[in-house]
Design a protein around this ligand. Sequence first.
Ligand code: NBP
Length: 483
Amino acid sequence: MNAAAANIGVVGLAVMGSNLARNLASREGNTVAVYNRSRTKTDELVQAHPEAGFVPAFSYEEFAASLSKPRTAIIMVKAGGPTDAVIDELVKVFEPGDIIVDGGNAYFPDTIRREKAVRETGINFVGAGISGGEEGALNGPSIMPGGSDESWVTLGPILKSIAAVADDGEPCVTHIGHDGAGHFVKMVHNGIEYADMQLIAEAYDLIRRGTGRTPAEIADIFAEWNTGELESYLIEITAEVLRQVDAETGKPLVDVILDQAGAKGTGAWTVQTALSLGVPVSGIAEATFARSLSSHPEQREVARVLPGPGTEFQVDDADGFVEDVRQALFASKIIAYSQGFDEIRAGAAEYNWTIDLGAVSKIWRAGCIIRAQFLNRIADAYAEQPELPVLATAPYFADALTRGQAAWRRVVIAATQAGIPSPAFSSSLAYYDGLRADRLPAALVQGQRDFFGAHTYKRIDKEGTFHTLWSGDRTEIEAEDTH
Ligand code: NBP
């Protein structure tokens, strides 16, 4: 072993860790120490990539000794218990001022807890969301680090060296905020990813069932869309997936894949957190629920007896319908991102993080799964108005919604009449209409709440809190707002 030869270390050498280690090693100035619980992965990585000049370690003590100070190590192990186990070991061999980075998909409250506990030892703990999957880890991910300002001084240049680079040359990493802020933002990123994927899937389904186009023909439509305002990695890969033919059956691959979508939990976390924060992220929620619904074959089997509208779904103007769906997709996507950024703002307020929403949109422009041209527009919107309360009201997006809303409504009507589920399209439209409404039936809900629970209400015409004596003479009294 080469004592104190490495400026950065990676613990956990499964697919993500080994790719990240290779990425780090490929950048000027980095020497990378590597450690894995079971020795085989370390041996295999070091043997397969002699060009990387890895410094292998076979115990935590050896790993710590191989790192120059402040020691900096990125943990890439299974989220949950394994992460805690590695932190416990590293804390024993690291010293105050050293930096432990968790690059796994941790749930942000765990990161807050770990940061607090590790900080007491004088060691810095950074929860860093890393997006882009295996390919991103190897060639340049989008990185969302939290943690202290002190750790960012050492970590910033290292992470900038391995991050994806946007078209304007900016690396896709920024110090998101303290403790769990990085993993929070990564969580919302994944939630938005769920919504984006579901919207694309609904667009495909409607076009296929409404126009009878084949998956290969729809692949061409998505490829075409990828040259315009919808340009994004997810649209690009959708075209690839739809074009794929199954070698065994000769059928489109999408027709032989079981229609039950999996999930690893980040969508559910985003929705659970949004519920706690009181932020309506209906697009993300519907996308998460749509996966859940798909994954209940026993319920879907018995529900086949339930009636549909009983009409054939065949649009008259196929090209016109495809264009309507494109506009509906763009409008719904604006809403999904607007809701996601709302959740980040609310999270920042709740947890006392200072998060630059424009900077977040910029680091998602490359390397991550939701990378898209569109994110430049979000960055522009926040550059113009950093405190923008509703992203969808920024001039570019408001204009797109104005142009697209008629098509959006036609698509939701067509889907509803045809009995084709489009939960993300329709819930986005309902959110849009709810948000822009002069008056909502929430007034009636307040009346109901006051009736059964004396929860009180406010009036539109005077200050104060009121309660009606529903079981008495139904007069209104001014009430203490204690509910
Ligand atoms: P896995 O999530 O499959 O984890 C496997 C690694 O965890 C192995 O190195 C294993 O060591 C190690 N490990 C376990 Br399990 N328990 C351990 C323990 N008690 N002590 C020490 N090490 C332990 O790896 P991955 O798919 O490379 O993902 C790594 C992290 O990156 C995860 O948090 C994941 O959620 C996140 N992530 C993954 C992706 C992706 O596309 N896969 C994308 C973004 C983020 P062993 O070899 O000794 O069993």
